[in-house]
Ligand binder design. Structure first.
Ligand code: ZN
Ligand code: ZN
Length: 382
């Protein structure tokens, strides 16, 4: 019997989670269709459900994930308060517990025993299975979220989580629904249906986003970029990028990539409600993609059965590209020293227009051009 199977058999069932998921899924499959067939939902109830869906979804992505788990930016309490409240409404545990497990996931990604929702234990385990038993891999140790405990809002949420979650999921929809004359409609759509959808959409990030999609930045782990998953996860589908550059407040870094969480955070920053937004320099992004392409090109050449002369020519070309890359990296490193010097001499404000910036832009362009050349080289080797 393997360790994994032994772990399955020995770990006790997590009854609170089983009852919670059983209730929400059971009621969505029975009570909701019965009510829909015998009553009419008001338009207000549908709009309310869409609002609660967005608010809880973004509280997980902009709040639990990017703000608190990764400290990718800082925010005013006027932003943190609703993120904390709607985060409790999303019924995914307190921020401290969520962030603690998520930090462990990043640290030990893909490790069978140490990643709490390791995809190596299968799609179902990564999606929901990990919560249905008290597995040692998800044992709580809040020592990695001491920084978050200092936030009184998060300490309050952790202490009063159950009361907050019940009020936000039952009390709130009933109260708002009563104001619009459709308390049951609000509870069933904005409460029940929204919980089940929001749960699965979030869980897809641990399952589908580690299973299905492209890996343009790194193959060191199983995380994938997937545009479709981004559509239902408020931009979290660019998970390959995220696992390499987890401190970036963006997940979808290109203008065409659907990442409403990034737009929300940026929008807050323009109002002065968020600051210190962390972005990975474009040069490092290009470097990661190029390194990834080199690895692929080497594999292509190993696997192709060209004539030895042609293979030799392609290998020489690739070697030239690797050497050119090394030269660019050398120049970039010396540029970093110049940049540091400029900052030290407190001329950072004039640095924007300086020679250093011009050279950096030139190096970024060199990497882009090189990526095109390596792509062409790979086309020749197939
Ligand atoms: Zn992940
Ligand atoms: Zn993350």
């Amino acid at each position: 019997m393997t360790d994994v199977v032994r772990g399955f058999a020995n770990s006790p069932l997590n009854w609170p989670a089983i009852i919670m998921f059983g209730l929400t899924h059971g009621l969505v499959l029975t009570l909701l269709p019965w009510y829909a067939l015998t009553h009419d939902f008001s338009l207000a109830a549908w709009i309310g459900a869409a609002f609660f869906m967005g608010a809880t979804g973004m509280s997980i992505t902009a709040g639990y994930h990017r703000l608190w788990s990764h400290r990718a930016y800082e925010a005013h309490w006027l932003v943190r308060l609703p993120l904390m409240l709607f985060g409790a409404m999303s019924l995914q545990n307190s921020t401290l517990i969520w962030a603690s497990l998520h930090r462990v996931h990043h640290k030990n990604v893909d490790h069978v025993d140490l990643d709490p929702y390791s995809i190596r234990r299968g799609f179902w385990f990564a999606h929901m299975g990990w919560m249905l038993r008290d597995y040692p891999s998800a044992e709580l140790d809040l020592s990695n979220v001491r920084d978050l405990e200092k936030d009184p809002l998060l300490a309050f949420q952790h202490k009063h989580y159950l009361g907050l979650a019940l009020f936000m999921n039952i009390g709130m929809p009933l109260l708002v629904g009563a104001a619009f004359g459709d308390a049951w409609g609000f509870l069933l759509l904005g409460g029940l249906l929204r919980i089940v959808l929001n749960h699965h959409f979030t869980f897809f990030i641990n399952s589908a986003a580690h299973w299905w999609g492209r890996r343009p930045y790194t193959i060191e782990n199983s995380a994938r970029d997937n545009d479709l998953i981004s559509l239902v996860t408020f931009g979290e589908g660019y998970h390959n990028y995220h696992h390499l550059f987890q401190w970036d407040y963006r997940n979808g870094i290109r203008w065409w990539q659907f990442d409403p969480t990034k737009w929300l955070i940026y929008g807050c920053s323009t109002l002065g409600l968020a600051w210190n937004l962390k972005r990975v320099p474009e040069f490092l992004v290009q470097r990661a993609m190029l390194e990834r392409q080199f690895a692929e090109a080497r594999l292509d050449l190993e696997g192709c059965n060209h004539h030895p002369t042609r293979l030799q020519a392609l290998q020489t070309l690739l070697q030239h590209e690797v050497e050119a890359f090394g030269a660019i990296m050398g120049e970039w490193r010396s540029l970093q020293t110049d940049r540091f010097e400029a900052a030290r001499k407190q001329i950072a404000d004039t640095w924007e227009n300086s020679e250093v910036r011009r050279r950096l832009a030139h190096l970024e362009e060199s990497l882009r051009t090189q990526r095109k050349r390596v792509r062409l080289l790979r086309l020749q080797s197939v």
